[in-house]
Design a protein around this ligand. Sequence first.
Ligand SMILES: *Cc1c(COP(=O)(O)O)cnc(C)c1O
Length: 458
Amino acid sequence: MPKKVPHRLYLTEDQMPKQWYNLRADMKELPEPLLNPATLKPVKLEELYPVFCEELAKQEMDNTTRYFDIPEEIQDFYKMYRPSPLIRAYNLEKALDTPAKIYYKFEGNNTSGSHKLNSAIAQVYYAKKQGLKGLTTETGAGQWGTALAEACSYYKLPLTVYMVKVSYEQKPFRKTVMQTFGAEIIPSPSNTTNVGRMILEKDPNTGGSLGCAISEAIEKAVSTEGYRYVLGSVLNQVLLHQSIIGLESKIAMEMLDEYPDVVIGSAGGGSNLGGLIAPFMQDKLLGKANPRIVAVEPASCPSFTRGKYAYDFCDTGKVTPLAKMYTLGCSFIPSANHAGGLRYHGMAPILSKLYHDGYMEAVSVEQTKVFEAAVFFAKQETILPAPESAHAIRVAIDEALKCKESGEAKTILFGLTGTGYFDMTAYGSYLNGTMTDYIPTDEDLQKGFDQLPQIPEE
Ligand SMILES: *Cc1c(COP(=O)(O)O)cnc(C)c1O
């Protein structure tokens, strides 16, 4: 029987989106505003200028502009590694013996091995345009740091990356990749900042956390003339840039005469998910279609499924504005055996609001189940997925198996955010049977909730 749909569909350069889509413009109710932690008043645009570059601060605060032109230079950069393919997972479908049609959007075709370059290049472009002298950031697993190092090297802008110490030690090659692109890498917590020194004093042996690395990167940025801090997830501006993933997917699916019944994505800070779902969520908000939207998170870092919808700091050092989001508390650090990324304590305010208002679902999965799905997927589709991406694979497989039971031929779309070549230690521990699961107890989580900032009710 001839196959109607090709295995891989690439848009032509002409078909690529020329604008990013801002979901906030179509939300019935907007996410709560960022608050200044000192005054507890909504943050004003100018207050963001010392931290973010101006154009990005504007994108951050803009709730009404529906489409933003992608500057031509960024479009040209995108063309070096985009469009990313929309892939029909024929082999996976066959192996699962499911009537479901499974599609995935593969974002791993660049050196960062992830979707993160989509926002990194945009952020560096605006920084360069503003005449900044350098950037700082944090990285956990290393994909964001790598993406930013690639972008900074392209625009010849110095970059300092605070890398969570456990990752620095477990993934020395990641560090070398970033150094290849000219970035300076500092394991966090470090003694180069006040907040780093404070954390080290309390716990000299800590392996660090994303929140702590963020605090260090911000401190370094605000104390170095001409420097700014950039963040690879969570923020509105990042979800805006990542909308390229969903926009491309939607065009490709339209060319195939397809529309997803369910869209699935892994959720760390929410950027790939927010990007992938953007145009589909738009349809949902405008009443044009009603796909299910599913966020998948680790059972060991369950911000959506067990977190509180509350104002919290975006970082451990409590120097960022307060964001209303699903959070485990900014001091939350997943247990040491957690390998699979997605370890941020909070979730993008846009997605938090949509989830709170019932527009999307969330599930949490245990890491051994995630790696089981990763290995199974690799064998069928020949791509070795990042553990983060495998969260979405896990739930896509589970949905396809439900279709097998019910006999429904649903169309499933999931985000395959990247590749897992630097996660071989984790793969190894799964393969040799030493990987364990740890689900935090309610008491574990309560410690984080107890420290949430107290915001007086209006
Ligand atoms: C960073 C990352 C994620 C999770 O981050 P989000 O901001 O939630 O998208 C998922 N997959 C890969 C490969 C990543 O690098």
